[in-house]
Design a protein around this ligand. Structure first.
Ligand code: ADP
Length: 160
């Protein structure tokens, strides 16, 4: 049996993340969206908020579970008995980092394979960072995020 984990910061979850998740769920029957605490980046939304947003986005889809985790991904994978890490690739610029990460995760969790799905055309240029930046500058981000995420952004507007 395959257990897929899609790890990321999801600060906030975008239509691009959503697309990768739903396509993987369609292909493999299910996926766990694993929202990382991320101690390296100062996130805009707390871990709890990021988990809540993703949970709202995927509400009603029984194939998709959302879980937050702290610490090493390899430990979380073991806890979940997961054997596949799912990642998305947008452009060549993602490749080097993703390749390095996959190599490190192979060392830390040799039984787990990293699998990549390429971004769908309309989401090729969508990143959480760019969504936050456009929102901060007063632009319309509604094409790039789920309405539930837009509500979270609007509620936090003054702290951007
Ligand atoms: P980001 O801040 O770049 O959106 P995350 O850590 O939240 O990064 O992303 C988790 C994974 O999702 C990464 O593998 C990233 O490359 C991928 N990803 C992010 N945005 C998209 C997108 N628009 N299409 C496909 N994959 C994406």
């Amino acid at each position: 049996m395959l257990t897929l984990v899609y790890p990321g910061t999801f600060d906030p979850i975008t239509r691009g993340h959503e697309d990768i998740t739903r396509r993987a769920a369609q292909l493999f029957g299910g996926v766990i969206v694993a929202v990382a605490e991320n101690v390296n980046k100062k996130t805009c939304f707390s871990l709890e908020e990021r988990v809540d947003m993703a949970t709202e986005v995927f509400a009603g889809d029984p194939r998709i579970e959302v879980k937050g985790f702290r610490g090493l991904l390899s430990h979380f994978l073991k806890d979940q008995h997961a054997n596949i890490i799912l990642r998305g690739l947008r452009a060549v610029s993602d490749f080097e980092y993703e390749f390095q990460l996959a190599g490190m995760n192979r060392n830390l969790a040799p039984d787990v394979e990293t699998l990549f799905l390429s971004a769908s055309d309309p989401f090729m240029f969508v990143s959480a960072t760019i969504v936050r930046e456009i929102f901060r500058l007063g632009g319309d981000v509604s094409p790039f995020v789920h309405p539930a995420v837009l509500a979270y952004l609007n509620a936090k507007a003054e702290s951007f």
